[in-house]
Ligand binder design. Sequence first.
Ligand SMILES: NC(=O)C1=CN([C@@H]2O[C@H](COP(=O)(O)OP(=O)(O)OC[C@H]3O[C@@H](n4cnc5c(N)ncnc54)[C@H](O)[C@@H]3O)[C@@H](O)[C@H]2O)C=CC1
Ligand SMILES: O=C(O)C(=O)COP(=O)(O)O
Length: 388
Amino acid sequence: MYQVKTYNAIAQAGLDRFSDNYQINKTDDADAYLIRSVNLHDQEFPKKLKVIARAGAGFNNIPLDKATANGTAVFNTPGSNANAVKELIIALLVASSRNLFAAADYAAHNSGADISLRTEKDKTKFKGTELTGRTLAVIGVGHVGSLVANAASALGMKVIGYDPYLSADAAWHISTTITRATTLGEALQQADYVTVHVPKNEETTGLIGAEQMAIMKDGVKLFNYSRDGIVDNEAAVDYLDARKIRTYYTDFGENILLNRDDVVVTPHIGGSTLEAEANGATQGANTIMTYLETGNIENSVNLPNLQVPFNTPYRLTLIHKNIPNMVGQIATLLADAGINIESMSNAARKDVAYTIVDLDNLNNEEEHQLVDRLSKIDAVFRVRVLQK
Ligand SMILES: NC(=O)C1=CN([C@@H]2O[C@H](COP(=O)(O)OP(=O)(O)OC[C@H]3O[C@@H](n4cnc5c(N)ncnc54)[C@H](O)[C@@H]3O)[C@@H](O)[C@H]2O)C=CC1
Ligand SMILES: O=C(O)C(=O)COP(=O)(O)O
């Protein structure tokens, strides 16, 4: 029986995926965590914890090095909530262009006998502009950014995308109408609207700071639905004060942004739709079961991808450092124990590697000795034996 611990609101559709071989939230000493945005940086991981699945895209809430050292595979659920974010950004592009929130607020507080007279006079204050023909810069054209770019293009916007790390796979999803910028500055200089869809990491923290805001067009509208800190909020306030940035929309509030007419803060709702939450939880649950039961890895964010059909009765999996002679040591140890290898696969990602060894036979006594010996190799973080 595997133990799963959940954090945050995990959609029932995902929990319902788990077979009878899984217990949910019965113990903290879990084999798997299924989480959303909970901050795990200050938490100690149980030694038993083999997998963390983040139902959603951003994984900056998970200490990857600590997880790897614990022998814990970390996964996210790419694309599961991208459509939800896209729809919200399109809504906000329209809202920002039509002064929608201010206009609705005015109407809600406009009462009295001469209401229609005043409305007709005052509505000129809320005159908007149209999206068609305006330029949108999309910074980060992955799952969310590509959907935003394509949808904005379909609305008649000129869209310019900037993403120096775009994978060939992702490029297939981008409409040919999207122009590619080769530098961040090139994208920012031309845009009436700027929306940021990059992961938060060392490189992207402060990606949109004072220097970048200085080159934006006067009256630009800025959107941060990625993460706090990717847009420098202090710089944004300075440029809002100077009326260089017309309005700033963000999912990540901070005190300096409050009580301003030119800022709209939403409470981290980008991925909060019924559909996205169900997608993420379902994908997360499937990922946990696949990893625990087969050792196969797809969409990990700390380990290499490695998928091998599980056709033998036994399988050994090892997470270890990516250093010379690891595969040799593992094979020698098995040979010394008289265990025949049916197949062996290895993949690496930066300084970590993963090895799958398929075996036809393994008795109980052999299993214990083998796990013990392999675990004692200094560079090995986790050894598991799986039975089909
Ligand atoms: N507000 C919310 O509720 C949500 C927020 N997010 C945030 O949005 C981010 C993006 O989500 P997805 O599109 O699903 O991720 P993704 O991984 O599919 O796309 C991210 C893209 O950013 C690009 N990128 C990385 N560094 C860059 C840089 N320095 N400059 C330009 N591009 C860069 C990558 O090459 C990739 O194509 C997530 O990491 C998360 O932080 C995602 C979903 C919901
Ligand atoms: O998927 C993401 O990166 C998000 O920001 C969504 O976060 P949530 O699952 O709503 O806490």
